[in-house]
Design a binder for this molecule. Structure first.
Ligand code: 8YV
Length: 309
């Protein structure tokens, strides 16, 4: 019988579904180390998520591992190179979350520019009768820069048509057939943009891509939106730029060391902070679970995952 190692808990429904259909060892429960030591030879599938990942060290301890099936589109926490070296298949859950993540990116653009969360706090804390808020920043008609025009970036760009925005993007290479303007130089894109939205994958190749120079190019009127991975932004440089007024504002769903959010960001009024909820709707999380199960079934029945990374 297939023995699955599940790295971390997902929804009750998911954990239940897994346990009902398969023999599942739960890595997050007490005694997991002893369980792995006992069953290492039998474990042929790891089920994980973008958050829980799968390290090279764990892969090494599982000599008969054949597939790593993950929940989430990002797989920077999975050591894919270590998996490939042993012909271990890795799957993620792409596409089904594009809409919700792009919706949230736009939510952050509007919230950060128009100060929605700040205005809500203003009303709730009883400040309205004794004053007003500073004027906000207009959203419609502005310039939208996209860092990483992949599936999510495209979906963010599509949203912008309702706001009469101009769109340009930066990738390592131009996207063939794309209707949007390509900018090979990220600094130039940041200079041009009113809103710079980070939608590229995380991992070593994009670590600290949004550095001090990019933030300075975006400038005192520019707004940074990050719905990708905290690792893509040099977080101390971001904090400094915001405190010194060199950057206009930021809307963030992801951070360098989740769930830690720097206190300096919490203290700033021109920053909107979300707890990594890009895909967190009932509909999308269900679709992600279904795609994970479909990958698992495909691997068990035909030896091949459906959406390999
Ligand atoms: C998930 C995400 O919350 O898909 C991703 O890459 O960051 C989110 O959709 C996460 O992967 C779950 O751990």
């Amino acid at each position: 019988m297939t023995c699955i190692l599940q790295i971390g808990p997902l929804t009750e429904r998911f954990n239940h579904g897994m346990a009902a259909e398969h023999e599942v060892l739960r890595f997050w429960e007490e005694g997991a180390e002893a369980l792995i030591a006992q069953h290492a030879q039998r474990i042929d599938i790891v089920v994980t998520s973008g958050r829980f990942g799968c390290t090279a060290g764990l892969i090494e301890r599982l000599p008969n591992l054949r597939a790593i099936i993950s929940f989430g589109v990002g797989y920077d926490a999975i050591d894919v190179a270590a998996a490939r070296a042993r012909d271990i298949q890795v799957s993620n859950t792409p596409d089904v979350l594009n809409d919700c993540v792009a919706d949230l990116a736009f939510g952050l653009i509007i919230d950060t520019a128009r100060q929605i969360s700040r205005a809500d706090r203003f009303v709730r804390t009883g400040k309205w009768p004794s004053g007003g808020l500073p004027l906000a920043v207009r959203v419609s008609g502005k310039r939208l820069g996209i860092v990483g025009l992949g599936r999510i970036g495209e979906t963010v760009a599509k949203r912008s048509t309702g706001f009469d925005m101009q769109v340009r993007y930066h990738n390592r290479r131009p996207v063939e057939g794309s209707a949007y303007g390509y900018e090979s130089n990220l600094i130039e894109l940041a200079k041009w943009s009113d809103f710079l939205v980070v939608t590229c994958p995380g991992g070593e190749s994009t670590r600290n891509l949004i550095n001090r120079d990019v933030l300075d190019a975006l400038g005192a009127k520019g707004i940074l939106i990050n719905i990708s991975r905290g690792s893509v932004v040099d977080e101390p440089a971001l904090v400094e730029a915001l405190i010194e007024g060199r950057l206009g504002g930021a809307g963030l769903d992801v951070y360098a060391h989740e769930p830690k959010v720097p206190q300096a960001l919490i203290n700033l009024p021109n920053v909107v902070l979300l707890p990594h909820i890009g895909s967190a709707t009932e509909e999308t999380r269900l679709a992600m679970e279904e795609l994970l199960f479909a990958n698992l079934r495909a691997f068990l029945e035909r030896g091949e995952v459906l959406t390999a990374v």
